[in-house]
Design a protein around this ligand. Structure first.
Ligand code: M6R
Length: 622
């Protein structure tokens, strides 16, 4: 949830940290802060932090001289303690020798805090993080082996290891200490942390986007590893101090992908990147006449003999999973249940070695999805990950991986991740269909060919952007917007509503169109907007009846329909057309006008589109 960054080298640390935090701000923006080791002869750790967005910290730093070449920075999504200056990170230990930044939650912090308080420790904040700062500080003092320079670094790493052995929960942390002025000690458990290797400097970040300006040579730290960063390089140990290594790899995308490139918001840029992202996701998917996954640590027989699929995910990824159910059941002929990841493991699902769990996560770091996948593996079920981040925690822990190749998604509202997830999931359905002989080869090849036309077809949808913008202006001041759909139109109705509510704060709900008359239709007011997914297919006639029902009660209907369907105009006040495709491919086209509608409504209302209130991009807490 929070973003963390660290730098040690020869450049001004604060400049590198602020630049990194700007890239990571999408992860949380309740506050921002830095800690820099300053002063040559008598080093001190200086902390500057401020509630609110990074702009507030920048303003504060303008009048502050923070020289120093080692430091850490943090952008916060609040968990323990309200967003305020005093709860902002970094936090310091009792003597102010060290400062720590943290992403995650220390679950046993209350017990640790009580123990420290009984020994006379006083706390300046309500956070769990400050408790760990004190714990590390005390471990350092108790060890009694401190010293300056290299000795200090050894002592600090030892103190971090000792403290971490006592904590429970999920975390990524980075610590600087005045007694080892050019060292950062970092660690993680179930929260992302990536290290950057380069000549004369070392970096760390919550994600690769924070490092890519400086290096492509990165190393994902693994659970309970401790990294010691100095300008000369990085060493990694386990919690007992034994040397080990993380997952080192080379990043293959450029920094300009993570910048706005002339668009007013990342969200609009990412909506427009979807045709390219679909194209990338499709590349090289067949080898020797077979559909292939990116990583497969399972035998083909494991897939052939599965008897049940669970799809687990959160938010927008969950909606992609709902679409996948139709494709997996229809093409691969296997029963599928789709479940919210945060509910999955608490109801004791029936899992065997013949169960396949498909875990979907753009970031690959969502705590609930990771926990659901871990629960499935513990019960011997097989796990396939669909993720947009190569080497993410989810990808590393799964038995097989299919990557979406959407490139970094920065806007909190997920768009290109969603359409590429649907495509990847439908590829997985074809892969299973092929192995299980549920489709003839020419059938799955036909489907692949249809998928290849999607990028061009999606470009055509953008032709209606101006009309959608005008429609948005007329809908923006409504008191609610309803979305209705059937079959694959239902997850798109839910996704359209989620997109709208999360960035415009307008009350929006999606409903199965057939359910309207069982309750929700009571909400319809004269002129109230209802967006209906009404593309061609075997439920088109049914949805037209549902449109008539809401229209008869005064709704203002916007229909998303198939090009050439002129008859729909008799039922709807506005029609947005998408090209004609196979029924199961429609979701990738019909969601685009809904993403644009949400975007233009939010901008019409003056909302902060890329960083909506109360949210963060990556949800690494349960
Ligand atoms: O990284 P993930 O795909 O696991 O994230 C899941 C949700 O948090 C995410 O899709 C969220 O719902 C988006 N903000 C919606 O736009």
């Amino acid at each position: 949830m929070c973003g963390i960054i660290g730098y040690t080298g020869t450049a001004s640390a604060v400049d590198v940290l602020i630049e990194g935090l700007a890239t990571l701000e999408y992860r949380g923006y309740d506050s921002a802060g830095v800690a820099v080791v300053t002063g040559n002869g008598d080093p001190r750790v200086r902390v500057v932090k401020r509630a609110g967005k990074l702009a507030n910290l920048r303003e504060m730093l303008e009048g502050t001289w923070l020289d120093g070449t080692t430091g850490v920075g943090h952008t916060r999504w609040a968990t323990h303690g309200e967003p305020s200056d005093r709860n902002s990170h970094p936090h310091q230990d009792a003597d102010g020798d060290l400062a720590i930044i943290h992403n995650g939650i220390f679950e046993n912090f209350a017990e640790l805090r009580a123990g420290l308080a009984a020994d006379g420790h006083e706390f300046a904040s309500d956070t769990d993080t400050e408790v760990i700062a004190h714990l590390i500080g005390r471990s350092y003092d108790d060890a009694g082996v401190g010293g300056d320079g290299a000795d200090g670094a050894v002592a600090l790493a030892g103190a971090v290891r000792t403290a971490l052995r006592r904590v429970e929960g999920a975390f990524a942390i980075a610590v600087v200490d005045r007694r080892s002025p050019d060292t950062i000690v970092a660690s993680r458990r179930e929260a992302p942390l990536v290290l950057g290797h380069l000549d004369g400097a070392s970096l760390l970040s919550s994600d690769v986007a924070g490092l890519i300006r400086y290096t492509r040579d990165v190393e994902a730290l693994l659970d309970d590893q401790v990294a010691i960063l100095t300008p000369e390089g990085i060493t990694v140990t386990d919690l007992d101090g034994n040397t080990t290594e993380g997952h080192r790899y080379t990043v293959d995308w450029d920094i300009d992908v993570a910048e706005k490139q002339g668009y007013p918001h990342f969200m609009l840029k990412e909506i427009h990147e979807q045709p390219g992202a679909l194209h990338e996701t499709l590349l090289g998917r067949t080898r020797d006449g077979r559909i292939v996954l990116d990583e497969q640590r399972l035998d083909d027989d494991d897939f052939r003999h599965l008897d049940k699929v669970y799809v687990v995910a959160c938010g927008t990824s969950y909606h992609a999973g709902m679409v996948a159910k139709y494709a997996l059941e229809h093409w691969a002929r296997v029963p599928v249940e789709v479940e919210i990841a945060s509910e999955f493991r608490y109801r004791d699902p029936i899992l065997t070695q013949h169960t396949l769990v498909v875990a979907i996560s753009q970031s690959g770091e969502t705590a609930d999805t990771l926990a659901a996948a871990a629960h499935a593996r513990a019960q011997r079920a097989r796990v396939v990950a669909i993720s947009n981040v190569v080497g993410s925690s989810l990808a590393r822990e799964a038995d097989a991986v299919l990557y979406t190749r959407a490139g970094p998604e920065i806007a909190v509202a997920s768009t290109k991740a969603f359409t590429t997830q649907i495509l990847a999931l439908e590829l997985l359905a074809l892969f299973l269909a092929q192995l299980r002989r549920a489709m003839f080869p020419d059938e799955w090849r036909d489907q692949l060919r249809r998928m290849e036309t999607l990028p061009d077809l999606m470009e055509q949808v953008f032709g209606q952007e101006t009309a959608i913008r005008q429609l948005a202006a007329s809908v923006a001041h409504a008191s609610y917007v309803m979305f209705i759909g059937r079959q694959v139109g239902l997850p798109i109705a839910l996704e359209g509503a989620l997109k709208l509510k999360e960035i415009s704060y307008l009350h929006a709900e999606g409903f199965p169109a057939g359910e309207m008359k069982h309750g929700p239709i009571a909400l319809i007011e004269q002129g109230g907007p209802v967006v209906a997914l009404a593309t061609a297919g075997h439920v088109r006639g049914k949805i037209v009846s549902n449109i008539a029902e809401v229209k008869a009660r005064g709704a203002m209907v916007v229909a998303i329909a198939t090009e050439g369907d002129t008859e729909i105009k008799a039922h709807a006040d506005h029609v947005i057309y998408v090209p004609d495709v196979h029924e199961l491919l429609y979701p990738m086209l019909t969601v685009v006008p809904l993403q644009l509608l949400a975007y233009f409504i939010a901008t019409e209302l003056g909302c902060d589109v890329d960083q909506p209130r109360n949210l963060a991009k990556t949800v690494t807490v349960e």
